[in-house]
Design a protein around this ligand. Structure first.
Ligand code: PDD
Length: 288
């Protein structure tokens, strides 16, 4: 089957998509990305995703080549080229291709390169999510601007690979003894019926799923604190959750080969994940 992608203004077969080897994304990791979920064909919180994409671009001084409606149009067109009910749309924008490689931004101005493709996405139900995940802790070796969704992900890739070698689903990162986030997820910790997660600052990527999860907790009147969580609190947590576009709100049942809490999905997770699933379903039907 021919797989359609979007590259610099055109929808083309994936095998025809070609980017210059002088592209600064390829040479220097000089670019940003965004992953937008679509449930039942409706972009989920396009507003939040567009805002985050705009913030990432502004932070690295790349002009946004498109408007919010353009992104919606690309999402919808790619969605219709594929037959999965739910999909995630990956957008990557780099500073573009130049004649020579320099560390500084080149003086002449090339157009940014904009590449996008769709991937099938699962809208997990509670029973699938409750199978749970396993994780290990790992040093957070990243830079000081983890809030920018940059394509240079080598430290994340190495942490995730480490966790894969341990036969688990995620690496939970520790910076100076504080739980920041996962290699590609945000982390929530539950202790004595209260929920804790790292503040949205330059040490984490402010996940959209994290943002919606915090809103769900507010609606459920469950106390949620955006505060620094020491490693000891992670290791003695009653519940640990990972959140992301692909994992939704997933309970971690095993950490560093030890059971988390009683080793079963917790009560607070169940309430929150149920609310989250209902919210997604409602969002898709409402927005149609
Ligand atoms: N990853 N933290 C990091 C470091 C991430 O890479 C991601 C997402 C998240 C969760 O963000 P969101 O809830 O908006 O998906 C947190 C994406 C999915 C990826 O790299 O493919």
């Amino acid at each position: 089957m021919t797989y359609t992608v979007y590259l610099d203004g055109r929808f083309i077969p994936e095998e025809k998509a070609r980017v210059s080897a002088m592209d600064r994304g390829f040479l220097l990791g000089d670019g940003i990305y965004e992953v937008m979920p679509m449930y039942h064909g409706v972009p989920f919180h396009l507003d939040y995703h567009f805002d985050r994409l705009s913030r990432s671009l502004a932070a690295v001084s790349i002009e946004n080549p498109l408007t919010r409606d353009d992104y919606r149009h690309i999402c919808e067109s790619l969605y219709h080229h594929h037959d999965s009910t739910h999909q995630s749309i990956y957008f990557q924008i780099t500073r573009g291709a130049y004649e020579t490689r320099t560390h500084y931004f080149p003086d002449e101005k090339a157009d940014p390169t904009l590449f996008a493709f769709a991937k099938p996405l699962e809208l997990h139900g509670l029973s699938t999510l409750s199978k749970g995940l396993a994780a290990v802790t790992h040093a957070d070796l990243r830079w000081q601007r983890c809030d920018i969704k940059v394509i240079s992900l080598l430290a994340n890739v190495m942490a995730r690979e480490y966790s894969k070698q341990q036969h688990v689903d995620e690496a939970i990162l520790l910076r100076d003894g504080i739980v920041t986030e996962g290699s590609h997820t945000n982390v929530f910790v539950v202790k004595n019926d209260e929920v804790f997660t790292h503040p949205s600052n330059e040490h984490i990527l402010g996940g959209i799923t994290r943002q919606v999860t915090i809103q769900m907790l507010k609606d459920l009147n469950i106390p949620c604190h955006e505060t620094l969580v020491p490693e000891a609190d992670l290791l003695s947590a009653d519940e640990i959750w990972l959140t992301s576009t692909t994992k939704m709100v997933a309970p971690v049942l095993q950490l560093n080969q030890h059971a988390v809490g009683d080793g079963k999905p917790g009560e607070i997770w169940q309430q929150t994940a149920s609310a989250f699933i209902r919210y997604i379903e409602g969002y898709a039907t409402h927005d149609k």
